[in-house]
Design a binder for this molecule. Structure first.
Ligand SMILES: Nc1nc2c(ncn2[C@@H]2O[C@H](COP(=O)(O)OP(=O)(O)OP(=O)(O)O)[C@@H](O)[C@H]2O)c(=O)[nH]1
Ligand SMILES: [Mg+2]
Length: 213
C-alpha cells in the first residue's frame, strides 16, 4: 500500500500555484493522464496527488520483453494494469478539484482507455522523445474521441531536448494543440501541465464532446 504523503510542495518553480483551496470548490474535473508505455504517467499522478495515489502496478516479466520495450527505461520494474488515481486541489484560476486518472500504457490495455475517458474534460498525453511512437496511440485516441488534450514532453535525464515544434510535427498535431515540457517527477511541473490542459479544455474554441463514445 502506498503511504500517505503530504501535498505537493514548491509551487514557485514554474508558475503553477499548488495550494489547497481555502473556500468552496467550484469545479470537479476528471482528467486523463495518457501516453505510451513507460512515459511517466504513474510517476506524474504520484508526484502531484495530494492523497496517497491508488495504483495498480504489476511486476514486468520476461514474457513481456518482446512487446514492452524498455529502451531508455531499463530501471522500470512494474507497469500499470488498470489505472492510477490521484486528486489535486487548486485555487487558480478558480477553486477546483482535479480527479486524475492515469491510463495503462501497454497497447493490450487500450480498450480500458474508453472507460477511463468517460466524463473526462481532457487529457495530458505524456511523451518521451526517445520513444515518441509509443504515444501515437494516445494522441490518436484523443483525436478520435474528440477529447481535448495537450502533449507534455517528459524530459528524461540524458534524452535529447528537441524543439517543441519538432515534437509537434512528429506527432502530427493540430496547430491548436498545446505542447509543453514537463518533468513527471516534479509536482509543480505536473501541476503546470494540468493547468495548461484545463485552460485548453475549457476554452470556448475547444471541440470537446465530453466523450459521447
Ligand atoms: N529520469 C526520469 N525518470 C522518470 C521520469 N518519469 C518517470 N521516470 C521513471 O521512468 C519509469 C517509468 O515511469 P512510470 O511512471 O511507471 O511510467 P508509466 O507511463 O506509468 O508506465 P506504464 O504504466 O507501464 O505505461 C520509472 O522507473 C520512473 O521512475 C522522468 O521525468 N525522469
Ligand atoms: Mg503506469
Amino acid at each position: 500500500m502506498p503511504s500517505a504523503k503530504p501535498g505537493p510542495a514548491d509551487p514557485s518553480t514554474d508558475g503553477a500555484a499548488i495550494m489547497p483551496a481555502p473556500g468552496l470548490v467550484s469545479a470537479v474535473l476528471k482528467i486523463l493522464i495518457a501516453g505510451g508505455f513507460g512515459v511517466g504517467k504513474t510517476t506524474a499522478v504520484g508526484a502531484v496527488s495530494e492523497i496517497a495515489p491508488i495504483t495498480t502496478e504489476e511486476r514486468l516479466t520476461q514474457a513481456g520483453a518482446a512487446t514492452d520495450s524498455l529502451d531508455g527505461i531499463q530501471e522500470k520494474a512494474t507497469t500499470t494494469v488498470a489505472f492510477d488515481f490521484g486528486r489535486l486541489t487548486l485555487d487558480v484560476p478558480m477553486p477546483m478539484e482535479l480527479m486524475l486518472f492515469g491510463t495503462p500504457g501497454q497497447e493490450r490495455f487500450a480498450g480500458l482507455w474508453y472507460d477511463l475517458a468517460r466524463g473526462a474534460v481532457g487529457a495530458v498525453v505524456l511523451a518521451d522523445t526517445r520513444r515518441l511512437e509509443s504515444s501515437f496511440d494516445a494522441v490518436g485516441f484523443c483525436e478520435r474521441a474528440r477529447l481535448p488534450f495537450i502533449v507534455a514532453v517528459n524530459e528524461f535525464d540524458g534524452a535529447h531536448r528537441y524543439p517543441l515544434d519538432d515534437v509537434r510535427r512528429a506527432l502530427v498535431l493540430n496547430p491548436g494543440t498545446p505542447v509543453r515540457r514537463c518533468d513527471a517527477r516534479k509536482p509543480s511541473s505536473v501541476a503546470a501541465a494540468l493547468l495548461s490542459l484545463v485552460d485548453h479544455a475549457l476554452s470556448p474554441t475547444s471541440s470537446s464532446t465530453l466523450l459521447d463514445i
